[in-house]
Structures are given as structure tokens and as C-alpha cells.
Design a protein around this ligand. Structure first.
Ligand code: UDP
Length: 310
């Protein structure tokens, strides 16, 4: 762990990583990265690296968890043991249970769960690299994975934290600011501005709380724009790929129909006869190649032998 810095903000008003106090870290988004998930997203938020996968709506197991009038939402936040400086013990712990619970609640009201009674929507989060703010980064990724899975939602959920260092409010804390700062307040916000998650570590005065909330909301709005752009880019590219595939297919079809022999079902030698006659003329493939029942047996036993060797 780094030593506590003497100052978090320099004389130019810049933070140790060069950001302004109201500046979020860089965000990189890749949507639809996992083939076997219904929706997925890989997201980098500063040095955080997060994978989100969504499955569903699908059958509920165990059955007793199912709800007659709506889908249940399940959220599993998992931190890989290699994601942090000191190896993390694998598996769930109190922190991951808490993060999973508050993050699930951040989404539950935003998803049209009533459309899928007796089913489950599962959100899996893997923190591959952690650098403070993993729960907020994970929520941003989960939101996009849900959209990628086509889960109907009222809007996207965007999330970031605000905190206090050197008695100053700063947006989106980095690792040192999180470790040694005076306060850390992650929030999540829906597209229409509803706060769906609010937690706080440390101390803020009522004034600071109010200003900090406004700052975090601004951060969420910026993140929403990036999420929206990533989704639009993803669907534009997918659309382009589909159009390209279709045009390749039609070109191949055109090319193949250009062959008159295929078009008219005419053999290359130019003989024109009806299907039946052609079939009668074609020698039995097995006869031609001299494959008898006996030979077939040989082939099978050969294969079996090979298998045994393997
Ligand atoms: N962290 C860690 N080991 C752990 C849990 C957390 O090193 O077992 C680090 C990690 O970098 C994380 C940071 O502490 O991002 C802050 O954790 P916090 O509980 O505040 O959650 P987060 O800010 O990641 O949502």
C-alpha cells in the first residue's frame, strides 16, 4: 500500500493523478464481449477492470425463490484474488455480500420485472483489477450488459463516487484518496435523475453532503453520455455487420446462380434429362467405391481401435 501523501491537491488545484477536483477517470467500454452470456460488458474505469455478464430472463433455481408476479434480480459481485495488491481470499465475504445487495437494489426498480413473472435475471460481476470505486464501475458495466441482453429497463443506471480529501470535495476517488481521504460517498442514478444507491463512509457536513451529491450527479450524467454512446456505437457496428453479411450472402447467391448448369439443373456435360433419369444414371456410390458391408465393419473396428489407443 502507498504511504499517505502529504497533500492530495496541489497549488494548481490538481489532484495527484493530474485530474481536476470535479473530473472523472477515463472510461473504456466494450459491449457484447462474451459469447455465452445473454448480455455482457467489459469496462475500464481508470485502473479498474470489470467484466459484467447478464443471463435471463431464465428459469429460477432454486424454485422456491421464484415470484408469481415478477422476475427476481440476482447480482453477484466477485473480486478476483489477483485483482488487488494483497491477494484476496477467493469466494464471497461480508464486503462482497454487501456490495451485491446494494447494487441489486440499485437496479431492481429500474427493470420492468413485472414483464417476466416466475423468472430470474442474473447479473455476474468479476472485478479483474481493483483501484477504488469498483462497485460504481461494476454498476456502470452491469447497466450496459443488461441493455445488451435486451432486458427492458426504464433507463440506464450510472454510478460514481464523491469524496473529501484535504477538506475539499473531489469526484471519483482514486485508490489513495479512498484509502486516506476523509469521506467516500458512492451513488447510482437513473437516467431520469432518481438516486438508486447512496452509501457513505467518513464524515461530511450537511453543506458538503448537498454539494457532494450535486457533484456526483454531474459525474453520473457524464457517465450516462458515455454509456449511451457506447451502446449506439455497438448497435451501429452490429447493424453494419449484419448488412455486410447479407450483402456477402446475396453476392455469393448471385455468383452461384450465374452458373447455368446449377440454374437449370443441367449436368456439366450438357445432358438434359429429368431428375429421375439423372438419379437412375448415377451409380450407387457404395458400389462404385467398392464399400461392402464387410469393409464398413472394418472401418468401424479400425476407428474403435484408434479410440482405444487414444
Ligand atoms: N480493496 C482491497 N482488498 C479488498 C477489498 C478492497 O485491496 O479485499 C481495495 C480495492 O482497490 C477497492 C478499494 O479497496 O477498490 C476500495 O474498496 P471499497 O470497499 O471502498 O469499495 P469500492 O470503492 O471498490 O467500491
Amino acid at each position: 500500500m502507498n504511504e499517505k501523501p502529504e497533500k492530495f491537491i496541489d497549488e494548481n488545484g490538481l489532484r495527484l493523478d493530474g485530474r481536476r477536483i470535479d473530473q472523472i477517470r477515463d472510461i473504456n467500454i466494450k459491449i457484447g464481449v462474451l459469447e455465452r452470456a445473454d448480455g455482457s460488458c467489459y469496462l475500464e474505469f481508470g485502473n479498474n477492470k470489470i467484466m459484467a455478464a447478464v443471463y435471463g430472463p431464465r428459469e429460477v433455481h432454486p424454485r422456491h425463490q421464484q415470484k408469481a408476479t415478477r422476475a427476481i434480480v440476482r447480482y453477484r459481485y466477485n473480486m478476483a484474488s489477483f485483482s488487488v495488491e494483497d491477494r484476496k481470499r477467493p469466494g464471497p465475504d461480508r464486503r462482497s455480500t454487501e456490495v451485491s445487495k446494494v447494487s441489486r437494489e440499485a437496479f431492481e426498480k429500474e427493470i420492468f420485472t413485472e414483464l417476466y413473472p416466475k423468472s430470474a435475471i442474473d447479473i455476474f460481476i468479476e472485478i479483474l483489477q481493483a483501484d477504488a470505486g469498483t462497485r460504481t464501475a461494476a454498476i456502470n458495466a452491469a447497466s450496459l450488459a443488461l441493455a445488451d441482453a435486451g432486458i427492458p429497463m426504464r433507463g440506464l443506471i450510472s454510478s460514481c463516487a464523491v469524496g473529501k480529501v484535504d477538506d475539499t470535495l473531489v469526484l471519483d476517488l482514486n485508490k489513495d484518496e479512498d484509502n486516506y481521504g476523509q469521506a467516500d460517498m458512492p451513488i447510482a442514478m437513473s437516467t431520469d435523475g432518481k438516486i438508486t444507491l447512496l452509501q457513505m463512509d467518513g464524515h461530511l457536513t450537511p453543506e458538503e453532503f448537498k454539494d457532494g451529491l450535486e457533484m456526483a450527479q454531474q459525474g453520473c450524467r457524464q457517465i450516462y453520455e458515455l454509456q449511451r454512446k457506447a451502446l449506439l456505437d455497438h448497435y451501429n457496428n452490429t447493424q453494419k455487420e449484419i448488412i455486410q453479411d447479407a450483402s456477402t450472402e446475396s453476392t455469393t447467391e448471385e455468383e452461384s446462380t450465374e452458373d447455368p448448369a446449377i440454374l437449370n439443373n443441367v449436368p456439366d456435360n450438357g445432358d438434359i434429362s429429368n431428375d429421375n433419369e439423372i438419379n437412375e444414371d448415377i451409380p450407387d456410390k457404395e458400389e462404385e467405391e467398392g464399400i461392402s458391408d464387410e469393409n464398413e465393419d472394418d472401418i468401424v473396428s479400425d476407428e474403435t481401435e484408434d479410440d482405444t489407443h487414444e
